[in-house]
Design a protein around this ligand. Structure first.
Ligand SMILES: *Cc1c(COP(=O)(O)O)cnc(C)c1O
Length: 427
């Protein structure tokens, strides 16, 4: 490290991005399951967490599943069957169909489209909340009017422009799958995220706002669909004396042990959100004098503040170049870049993370279309726009943004040192 960082001591205990925060009740419910011998994918813990989440979000049905990704897969299959009819077991329900989806998000949001044979079309991001841009979505319907499905995520616990997206979806007779994996407890105009999708999902992965170590849920208001998901997630057995199969099934159901951990966490959701908000506010105050902004949110929304992020002003960016696997930068007085900040924090044992690399830039999705407010930036159509002039908001957020340590157990002293390290990057 150069002398800008003189006097800062390496953290003895690593300062993490986001880790589980246990409270003790988790053990009680896990032990309860073991004591009663409900050590399977059935039991009181599953029933109780399904009930609690369904009430919290205001949906008629919540189905506990092994992961959020499994919930997305089954949501996509439900939507595919509703839109295009059931398909033979070896043909995905979205076979050959395009699906519009968020671009700056975890790849788990969109991979299940491919599991069902569909083709993701990535929609550019807006600057107000770093979520799917309704204007780019409208543009996408101009180019591909036949599309009937939209998969939209709320990035880092900050709700997107869901009313506008719903209006556009309705105008085109399209269904919405809402990926609220990162945003449990966040509200849009007073309504919980997870309430807005024709099918919605949440996740209890180990780094989310509450956790079961893993786990996820599908949310719906249709009893028929909830029953389908229960059936498909337990190998799609028919009501017969033997194992009778008329549909393709999966082993996707939530474990009653995992549900015990979730059951112990649910009462602490609001406390976790309050802690995450304090972390966000402290960063915001700490960076008042730096050329950076925090991840933005819309009026009328209350994020769950899962991850605190910063975006560096354009004129305060030093030179940074990223290849597929590596990054380089050149330090410059008064300027910095995500790579310098991430490497500096890492040198002192604090964990940050780049913004999700836009999915349209991922090698696995390199041939998929990408639509911005100006039109088609890439894809198989004659509606191209000039790449040189196009604004790619997703890439801009990726290039200039990063996620900061946002762990609930981080102390104020530790956070102040992180703030100090980042200040020194700009020296
Ligand atoms: C974590 C996450 C998922 C996947 O959830 P898992 O439970 O890890 O399978 C999906 N989408 C987003 C946006 C996520 O952050």
């Amino acid at each position: 490290m150069d002398n800008r960082f003189d006097g800062i001591k390496r953290f003895e205990n690593k300062v993490w991005l986001a880790t589980p925060t246990m409270h003790g009740d988790e053990k009680k419910w896990v032990n309860d399951a073991i004591d009663k011998n409900w050590v399977t994918t059935l039991g009181e813990n599953i029933n109780e967490v399904e009930k609690a989440i369904q009430e919290k979000i205001g949906r008629k049905y919540a189905v506990g599943l092994g992961t959020g990704t499994a919930a997305l897969h089954l949501a996509i299959r439900l939507a595919g069957e509703r839109l295009y009819g059931p398909q033979p077991a070896n043909v995905g329900t979205l076979s050959g169909k395009k699906v519009f989806c968020s671009d700056v998000t975890f790849d788990a949001t969109v991979n299940p489209i491919a599991y069902e044979g569909g083709e993701a079309v990535f929609i550019d991001t807006e600057r107000d909340s770093w979520n799917m841009c309704p204007k780019a979505l409208e543009k996408a319907f101009e180019i591909y009017p036949e599309v009937k499905l939209i998969v939209v995520a709320h990035l880092y616990g900050t709700p997107g422009k869901i009313d506008e997206i719903r209006k556009i979806a309705d105008a085109h007779g399209a269904l919405i799958i809402e990926d609220a994996a990162e945003s449990l407890g966040a509200t849009y105009k007073g309504v919980q995220t997870g309430k807005f999708g024709d099918y919605s999902i949440i996740s209890f992965n180990g780094n989310k706002i509450i956790t079961g170590s893993s786990g996820g849920m599908l949310l719906t208001d249709s009893e028929h669909d909830a029953n389908k998901v229960r059936k498909w997630s337990t190998q799609a057995r028919e009501n017969a004396p033997w194992y009778q199969h008329e549909e393709l099934g999966y082993n996707y159901r939530m474990s009653n042990i995992v549900a015990g951990v979730v059951r112990g966490q649910i009462p602490y959701l609001d406390e976790h959100i309050a802690a995450k908000k304090r972390i966000f506010e402290r960063y915001k105050e700490g960076f008042k004098d730096l050329p950076v902004t925090m991840n933005p949110c819309l009026d009328d929304t209350e994020p769950n503040y899962w991850l605190s992020c910063i975006h560096i002003n354009e004129d305060a960016m030093c030179k940074q170049v990223r290849s597929e696997r590596e990054a380089l930068y050149i330090t410059e007085p008064g300027k910095s870049c995500p790579t310098e900040i991430l490497e500096s924090m890492a040198a002192f044992n604090a964990e940050g993370r780049p913004i999700w690399k836009p999915l349209h830039m991922q090698p696995i999705y390199r041939n998929n279309s990408f639509v911005t407010v100006d039109g088609l930036l890439r894809g198989r159509s004659n509606a191209y726009i000039d790449e040189g002039k196009a604004v790619d908001v997703s890439m801009d957020i990726f290039e200039r943004g990063l996620c900061l340590p946002s762990d609930i157990t981080m102390t104020e002293e530790e956070q102040d040192i992180v703030i100090d390290i980042i200040h020194r990057c700009f020296l």
